[in-house]
Design a protein around this ligand. Structure first.
Ligand code: GDP
Ligand code: IMO
Ligand code: MG
Length: 482
């Protein structure tokens, strides 16, 4: 290694440290400008699912964003569909259906970050900016995008659709969202992906897109089409591009509260889920590390959302799937139609064998049981506590399609509470049957259930007093509520 001659300055360890601190100061200035000073208490929180997805992560993130300053997406793309419902200042009900924008940006001064692990479709991003701008005009100014995040192109969506419809190059039908996320991840791993910072050099963009067109055996005309499409979003992306890894780390070091909004759930994690019926980006807790660059030991709250019953979109084994009128009734009452694709979600009773596997994998510090109100009218409520497999009783989940396809559920039934829970305001007011149901889940999962939700609105959460969730949301006065 050659030496660096810095005239007049001795580059000793202290000088090097000072230079590094100067670099960090730049990031902190950006954060200070947008979010103000850090609060007196720091929370670093991850919101994840315990099932396939769609457990209400968006709604939970929106609630928690009230006491965090940065909201980070670290994985997935616009295959996610996250719904938030709240009343604006005039009492009007507002619904946001975000696919790519982090939830919770309607809270003033929150910084949204799309980390390096997110796959960004800029057209979707631009449309979501338009949708949120009516309600939150400055949301656009508060979004930062990793310069290293990969972009999803029209050609990726085309390949995704082709694979699903014509079985091009694949005999298994996954039932993807057809948002191009799988092919975009193929480009990423194949080292021909286009990243946000590549847009600084249109020449490079064209070369990369050409590589993709050749790799996916698409017609030559696709090169121009995709280049022109992408360059139209150049300014939108580059104006917000940052090096998000040191920025997030600087924020954590300075005491800012950071919230990670997970997308998808552990059942479709490419490493741990029911392969091949999985998505292609990491979805388990480890995704925080790869997708944001924050050392995951720094996350002190891991909040898992668990729907009070089981749903699935797409294909793959589903032990408690109910194809009788019961499943259809859960679908109707729960309005179980995909946010992203409007597909009917497959429905059945809660599978605790599966949920305990998720709890062991992700080590949630608390669980929030969601959509409890959907069960209000059921005379009895089933939970799957074991599987029967070839005449044997099994209580350990194995994420294997063939194994799960051969399992039948063993249920324990609870009496329904047959009362409307939607108007309740305190956890203690829940009917005893509902509390018995929740206590059983807590025991089975060996993880505290800190709250239950009985409606989609931000105010529809009943927190157990003295729970971790209550601690984050109401008992930590030092956290910033702007
Ligand atoms: P996510 O992908 O985990 O963010 O969840 P989705 O937004 O895809 O799906 C959850 C759906 O249930 C959305 O339509 C929410 O508005 C709705 N929802 C969330 N919590 C509740 C609840 O407690 N009760 C009812 N009835 N609906 C809820
Ligand atoms: P949120 O964040 C539920 C499923 C698809 C399909 C599989 C692969 O809203 O919880 P993909 O398009 O990712 O290649 O599809 O993954 N899937 C989801 N299921 N919730 C999601 O996200 C999902 N995102 C993808 O249905 O089975
Ligand atoms: Mg969803």
């Amino acid at each position: 290694m050659g030496s660096i001659d810095v005239p007049g300055r001795q580059l000793d360890v202290r000088a090097i440290r000072r230079l590094r601190l100067d670099g960090r100061q730049q990031y902190l200035r950006t954060i200070l400008e947008l979010a103000g000073a850090p609060g007196a208490d720091q929370a670093i929180t991850w919101v994840g699912d315990l099932q396939q997805g769609d457990g209400g992560k968006g709604a939970m993130t929106d609630r928690l964003a009230a006491v965090h300053q940065l909201v980070v997406r670290a994985q997935g793309g616009d295959n996610a569909g996250h719904t938030t419902v709240f009343e604006d200042d005039t009492g009007r009900q507002v619904v946001f259906r975000n696919h790519i924008l982090p939830s919770g940006m309607r809270h003033p001064g929150r910084i949204g970050i799309l980390g390096n692990g997110v796959l960004i479709n800029p057209e979707r991003l631009s449309r979501e900016f338009e949708a949120i701008a009516e309600q939150v005009p400055d949301a656009l100014d508060r979004l930062l995008i990793s310069g290293r995040a990969h972009l999803v192109l029209p050609l990726h969506r085309e390949v995704d659709e082709r694979q699903e419809h014509d079985k091009f190059g694949r005999t298994v039908e996954i039932g993807t969202t057809q948002r191009g996320i799988g092919p975009a991840n193929i480009s990423k791993i194949n080292r021909v992906g286009v990243r946000v910072w590549d847009l600084r050099d249109p020449h490079r963009v064209e070369q990369r897109i050409r590589d993709n067109v050749q790799f996916f055996a698409l017609p030559e005309a696709k090169v121009r089409e995709n280049v022109d499409w992408l360059l139209a979003y150049r300014d939108l992306l580059l104006a917000r591009a940052v090096d998000s890894v040191p920025l997030i780390n600087a924020a954590a070091n300075a005491g800012y509260s950071i919230l990670f909004e997970g997308a998808q759930g552990p059942l479709i994690d490419p490493e741990h889920g029911i392969y091949p019926y999985v998505t292609t980006s990491p979805t388990a807790f480890y995704s925080v590390a790869s997708g944001s660059g924050l050392e995951p030991g720094r996350v002190n709250h891991r909040i898992g959302v668990l729907k009070a019953y089981q749903t699935m979109v797409g294909n793959g084994a589903f032990v408690t799937e109910d194809l009788s009128p019961l499943g259809a009734r859960i679908r109707e009452v729960g309005n179980e139609f995909g946010t992203t694709t409007a597909r009917e979600r497959r429905c059945g009773w809660l599978d605790l064998v599966q949920a305990r596997w998720a709890a062991e994998l992700n080590r949630y510090t608390s669980v929030v049981l969601t959509k409890l109100d959907v069960l209000d009218t059921f005379e009895q409520i089933g939970v799957c506590v074991a599987y029967e497999h070839n005449g044997n009783l099994v209580t350990d989940f194995q994420p294997e399609h063939e194994f799960l396809s051969a399992c039948t559920p063993v249920y324990r039934f609870f009496p329904g509470w047959l009362r409307d829970t939607r108007g309740l305001t305190r956890y203690a007011d829940l009917p005893p049957q509902a509390r018995e149901f929740i206590d059983f889940i807590e025991d089975y999962l060996d993880t505290p259930v800190g709250a239950a939700t009985k409606g989609p609105r931000d105010t529809d959460m009943l927190m157990k007093p003295a729970s971790e969730i209550a601690g984050i949301l109401v008992e930590t006065p030092g956290l910033v509520k702007r």
